[in-house]
Design a protein around this ligand. Structure first.
Ligand code: ADP
Ligand code: MG
Length: 695
């Protein structure tokens, strides 16, 4: 074995016990080199370094204990089980086995001393270890382990023992001077993190006796944070690479005289807020440059993102380019279509429509108009970006609600080019407020604009929590509001797994409410209705021809009815805060005071209570997002991006928030001062998953 060859270039097949079959298994986890193996880190640990007195064991502990067998019995309950009563003078515990042989039972005689390892649980009579590992303690029994026992993420056919053998060999190579490049200079690390990478890796693979299991499980040990930091830097760099790849391309510089924009502004019944104006200027400047814009606009529900998008679109249209506006659902796309047509018809700018439901001749015509360049603007769903959709001169893509639109799709847009090798500008809008440092990490490939101001004259929504035992009162409240000429939403959040059952249940609710509220006009929208049917019901509600709209959460985004001032949300405890916030944003759009009734099903758990209290106490989307982040973690907030594209090995965006800013700085410095380290660092942490970035 050549010991000076860098570990990043030493194939795992050089290790003892790694033949073709095992190499293939490892490759499935992206492990091809000894370096990959070293960065395959344990996700938890067991402490087998010491024997814990039985009296000190607590449920949930995984521990080694030793004691004497007092009594052995077979219980015939729902399941036959073998119970072994064990004590050590400090306390006693039961070992429970559901599967056992007669020989096994006979060997467990009274008086025998056993050493066991397992997880302590609360049994019917006392604490128990279910199916513990155990062996008699005699002269030959080996002593306790010398390090915490690492537990590795694994794949079929790879046992923990195999991982330990392999990492043992990898660590030995490291020990013998195998080269592992320290890609991050120590001076880039935040204070308190160890500089020596090899040492940190050694610690994580084999935490020594005395390492705090609790600290290790919590991911708070400095050695862990050293690696977390490096991983955060690597992710930051990979997103920036994606951005650089796109920014290297040319986009059309879209500048006009602003005439169309002036016309629209003159017709609007309101003036832009300062925040809208500022963000629009940021967008305008980007679009006027020949570098592709990659900009995320964050703005709370109701902050007026649509009109900003429309004004941006006009800039592209004026310059003679096409605009595509994509929304994640039909309903939201339809709403945009309506808005844009209302604004653009007087300007004589046609707005096309393309969704999965547009078929046949209509579809062909839309496709031709786009390919021919006759249609300056099209609104639709993901269907807009199917292969067969070609644009003559696509200059701007607007994506509403980014979370289903990731780096991959962004890169794919290259192919929809604006002609002549030009790629379109991209504007992404989201109503999900994300704390800034998190946003700058998750969206490092985007520039960020924030509409941090609501249009004037909005009255905050008053929110109350009411148990569903008071359903009748709530129904009377709906009656009173409607009698006063207001309109109301009744949102059903149902547990049924299948959408069709959900819709049935919503139908049932609508029927009951229509009965209980005889005289009121009750409408229903749910996900199973045809787009046209939904559209018709929404239109009637908007026109004031319906008093009460019963809906599944399909109305989360989309409808804008200023006269609706009451919203009832059934079982709000089933929804995330961000979603509740979105829903509630449907009311409070007019000048009357609006109310939101969160009608929960008791009893509420501690966390649900806390979450609903947040909804009651604040209307600030950013505070709600921060709370959601604390309670549920970033995956829920960032959606697909987190799940699919931001899989971390050791970092956790919530736990490690305090490292985010420093990681961004380190990424900046590395790009500036040591760009040759960038690719190796990305490869080390993201391996094959970033290959598309270099494509
Ligand atoms: P969101 O940011 O949630 O997408 P919308 O764009 O749907 O918000 O805007 C919500 C409502 O506020 C719409 O009826 C819109 O016409 C209106 N609106 C937008 N900007 C302003 C403004 N500056 N002043 C008053 N109303 C505005
Ligand atoms: Mg919107």
């Amino acid at each position: 074995m050549n010991q000076i060859s860098p570990l990043a270039e030493t194939p795992v097949t050089r290790l003892k016990g790694v033949g073709p079959k095992r190499a293939e298994r490892l490759a499935r986890l992206g492990i091809e080199t000894v370096q990959d193996l070293l960065f395959h880190l344990p996700f938890r640990y067991q402490d087998r370094t010491r024997v814990v007195p039985i009296g000190a064991l607590r449920p949930g502990d995984e521990a080694v204990c030793e004691g004497q067998v007092d009594h052995v019995e077979i219980r015939f309950g729902r399941r036959r089980s073998l119970l072994v009563h064990l004590s050590d003078g400090t306390g006693s515990i039961i070992l429970r086995f559901f599967h056992f042989t007669a020989a096994q039972k006979n060997a467990l005689r009274r008086g025998l001393r056993l050493r066991c390892f397992g997880e302590v649980r609360n049994g019917p009579a006392s604490y128990e270890l279910v199916h513990p590992e155990y062996r008699p303690v005699d002269g030959a029994a080996p002593g306790p382990e010398e390090t915490l026992t690492p537990i590795y993420p694994t794949t079929e056919g790879m046992h923990q023992l195999s991982w330990r053998e392999l990492t043992e060999q990898a660590l030995a190579l490291l020990e013998q001077g195998g080269r592992l490049e320290a890609l991050l200079p120590p001076e880039y690390l935040p204070p308190g993190l160890p500089g020596d990478l090899a040492e940190a890796l050694r610690y994580l693979h084999r935490p020594p006796v005395g390492a705090s299991l609790e600290q290790m499980q919590a991911g708070r040990h400095p050695a862990q944070r050293r690696l977390v930091f490096e991983e955060l830097v690597a992710h930051q760099l990979s997103l920036r690479e994606a951005r650089r790849t796109l920014r290297r391309l040319q986009a059309p510089a879209l500048a006009g005289d602003g005439g169309l924009r002036q016309k629209l502004l003159a017709r609007l019944p309101f003036r832009l807020t300062g925040a809208q104006q500022r963000v629009l200027e940021e967008i305008s400047a980007d679009m006027a440059s020949p570098r592709p814009m990659l900009r995320l606009v964050q703005g709370d529900v109701g902050s007026g993102k649509t009109v900003v998008a429309a004004l941006a679109a006009l800039q592209a249209v004026e310059a003679g380019f096409q605009v595509a506006l994509m929304a994640p659902t039909e309903l939201l796309a339809e709403q945009h279509l309506r808005n844009l047509r209302e604004w653009f018809d007087p300007l004589e700018i046609p707005v096309g429509w393309l969704s999965g439901q547009v078929k046949g001749k209509e579809r062909r015509r839309a496709l031709e108009a786009l390919a021919g360049g006759d249609l300056p603007l099209v609104v639709g769903t993901q269907a807009l970006f199917q292969q067969e959709v070609a644009f003559a001169r696509l200059g701007l893509v607007i994506v509403d609600e980014q979370h289903r639109f990731g780096v991959h799709q962004r890169l794919a847009l290259r192919d929809k080019g604006a002609g002549g090798g030009l790629v379109p500008h991209q504007l992404i809008m989201t109503a999900t407020p994300i704390p800034r440092s998190l946003a700058m990490t998750a969206y490092a490939d985007l520039d960020l604009s924030v509409i941090d101001e609501l249009p004037p004259g909005r009255t905050p929504v008053k929110t109350v929590l009411v148990s569903d035992q008071r359903r009748d009162e709530v129904i009377q409240r709906v009656r009173a509001a409607c009698a006063a000429g207001r309109q109301a939403y009744w949102v059903c959040t149902l547990i049924e797994e299948s959408e069709s059952l959900q819709c049935q249940a919503a139908e049932e609710t609508a029927r009951q409410l229509a009965e209980a509220l005889a005289g009121l006009r009750v409408g229903l929208v749910h996900g199973r209705m045809k787009a046209q049917e939904k559209e018709a019901v929404m239109a009637r509600f908007k026109a004031g021809e319906l008093d009460l709209l019963v809906a599944t959460t399909v109305i989360e985004v989309g409808v804008d009815v200023p006269n609706a001032s009451l919203m009832i949300i059934e079982n709000p405890e089933r929804l995330g805060l961000a979603q509740l916030h979105q829903l509630r944003g449907r009311v409070g759009r007019g000048s009357v005071e609006s109310h939101c009734v969160l009608m929960y099903h008791p009893p509420l758990g501690q966390q649900a209570r806390e979450r609903l209290a947040v909804m009651r106490d604040t209307a600030d989307g950013f505070r709600i997002a921060q709370k959601d982040l604390e309670l549920r973690g970033p995956g829920e907030i960032l959606g697909v991006r987190q799940a699919g594209e931001m899989q971390f090995r050791v970092a956790d965006l919530l736990r490690d928030q305090d490292l985010l800013d420093a990681a961004r700085d380190a990424a900046d410095r590395l790009l500036r001062d040591a760009p040759e380290k960038v690719q190796p660092l990305i490869r080390r942490w993201l391996g094959g998953s970033t290959r598309y970035v270099q494509a």
